[in-house]
Ligand binder design. Structure first.
Ligand SMILES: *[C@@H]1O[C@H](CO)[C@@H](O)[C@H](O)[C@H]1NC(C)=O
Ligand SMILES: *[C@@H]1O[C@H](CO)[C@@H](O)[C@H](O)[C@H]1NC(C)=O
Ligand SMILES: *[C@@H]1O[C@H](CO)[C@@H](O)[C@H](O)[C@H]1NC(C)=O
Ligand SMILES: *[C@@H]1O[C@H](CO)[C@@H](O)[C@H](O)[C@H]1NC(C)=O
Length: 455
């Protein structure tokens, strides 16, 4: 899968390909940002939406909880009021006996009768500090050693004049859950969209009715897209000025197939890969990240050379067969019914979009599994273009998907050699985000009536 050659010839879409290099870096509009009170009043509120694993999760255990070991019964020794403790992220997960406790508490289950996902029995979870960026900044709020992915961005925005709770907000969520296609319930995911809607309304109201700017990383971009696509057009126009996505995996990634097949310990030693794999397989949101046929088409992504599979090849169209063959039968039905219809469409968000994407980083493009089967991990990994996690074709998918719609503005900014998460700390990316915010704020200052809809 290469760089789609049709990128440059999409007439209906406003495509701005900005090829950044260190020398041609934009001029920061410090003058426009550093202005006085009057100008601060004109800022559009910003809401940060993290990617998977980008905010804290808390848990507590009820009578129903059946620990797999004594260690899991007592751990963690210290719990807060109401029995709540930090589930994500707690560094003790790296110690073998606790990895198991962590995995069994993080695990989701698909309830076929309810056609929805739920927590493990006896495990209640919650997202703390919704509305604030605090749970995005530090994954361990007590020691503050584990910086969240979005900490640098939040700090950069504060330096530019944004203020927590005034025009800067965070929308953390339970990133294990996803959303489903039409007609299928998603209690947790839908509740998040509802909460996000109220947060957007509150943020606008607190800032003179100026519509908010959503800045979303990775999986957060997929939630933001669904959020906008499902909202009434009038509501969107009044409440959201722009969606800025960072490394959004619009059509999933080949790497997700590797995660499902063999587990992905992210290079952390001492962690039992099969435990991690089972937990990762159980997360509904990980299924959402499997490669979508709309983007990957018929291209062979995986080959299995084991005797049993006889050089079987899998494309994005064969994901159900793939799930079956890797021994994850439990995932087949929810994938087929809930996820496939969701990823089949890449709906237009109906507000202008800026996609910041890293390119030129080696990214898993295809996998060959040998005689040992899927368990043993791939025998060969072929790399292609992308941000190190998400393939280029997926990162730039909106250009093609929304090309028939002249009204849908999409700006794609490629950042060479910037990785999937590195984008959140990269100077050129942060400058781009400020540029987008500045240009919208500048508009607000020069024209105060443009966003008002006749009622
Ligand atoms: C993909 O495969 C299907 C069935 O094998 C075929 O009908 C279709 O034309 C193929 N599409 C592409 C883009 O090759
Ligand atoms: C699988 O493909 C390889 C090379 O592509 C070939 O050498 C081998 O014989 C094939 N195996 C089977 C079982 O067809
Ligand atoms: C993958 O899908 C194609 C067409 O949709 C089909 O011809 C092929 O047999 C499938 N492969 C597997 C392994 O199921
Ligand atoms: C600024 O306002 C103009 C006119 O309403 C609009 O076309 C343009 O897209 C706006 N720019 C931004 C960055 O929002």
């Amino acid at each position: 899968m290469g760089h789609p050659s049709s990128l440059a010839v999409m007439p209906a879409v406003v495509v701005v390909m900005v090829m950044l290099s260190l020398s041609s870096c934009c001029v920061p509009s410090a003058v426009a940002r550093g202005g006085g009170e009057a100008e601060q009043q004109q800022r559009h509120p910003v809401i940060l939406i993290p990617g998977a694993g980008g905010n804290q999760l808390e848990a507590r255990l009820t009578e129903e909880y059946r620990p797999s070991s004594l260690a899991c019964r007592v751990w963690p020794l210290v719990r807060g009021r109401g029995g709540w403790f930090r589930l994500w992220f707690d560094p003790s997960v790296l110690l073998a006996p606790f990895t198991r406790c962590f995995a069994e508490r993080m695990m989701l289950y698909y309830d076929a009768d309810a056609d929805d996902y739920r927590n493990a029995p006896g495990v209640e979870t919650r997202v703390s500090d919704f509305g604030s960026t605090s749970s995005l900044r530090y994954l361990d709020p007590n020691l503050k050693l584990l910086t969240g992915y979005m900490n640098t961005l939040a700090t950069t925005l504060e330096k530019a004049g944004y203020e927590e709770g005034r025009d800067l907000f965070g929308a953390p969520y339970d990133f294990r859950y996803g959303l489903a296609g039409p007609g299928h319930p998603s209690a947790v995911g839908s509740a998040y969209l509802q909460r996000l809607r109220l947060l957007v309304e509150t943020a606008c109201a607190a800032n003179g009715g100026r519509p908010a700017i959503l800045v979303a990383h990775s999986l957060g971009g997929l939630f933001a897209l669904q959020f906008l696509a499902r909202a009434p057009a009038r509501w969107r126009a009044a409440h959201v000025a722009r969606l800025v996505t960072l490394s959004a995996p619009w059509g999933g990634s080949v790497q997700a197939m590797l995660t499902f097949a063999s587990g992905n310990t992210l290079g952390v030693p001492l962690v039992d890969a099969s435990l991690v794999r089972d937990e990762q397989r159980s997360a509904e949101s990980n299924m959402w990240l499997l490669p979508a046929p709309k983007v990957f088409g018929n291209t062979t992504l995986v080959v299995s050379k084991s005797k049993q599979h006889n050089n079987r090849t899998y494309s994005a169209k064969n994901v159900t067969q793939f799930l079956r063959d890797i021994g994850f039968e439990a995932g087949v039905e929810p994938y087929r019914a809930r996820i496939r219809p969701l990823v089949e469409a890449l709906p237009e968000p109906g507000v202008p979009v800026t996609c910041l994407v890293g390119t030129g980083v080696d990214t898993v493009e295809s996998l060959v599994f040998g005689d040992g089967g899927f368990e043993d991990g791939p025998e060969t990994i072929v790399y292609g273009d992308g941000d190190g996690t998400v393939n280029l074709a997926s990162l730039v998918a909106p250009i093609k998907a929304w090309s028939d719609s002249p009204a849908q503005v999409v700006e794609v900014v490629e950042l060479p050699k910037v990785s999937h998460s590195g984008i959140l700390n990269d100077k050129s990316a942060l400058d781009q985000i400020l540029r987008v915010l500045d240009s919208i704020n500048l508009n607000a200052t020069t024209s105060t009536t443009q966003h008002h809809q006749p009622s």
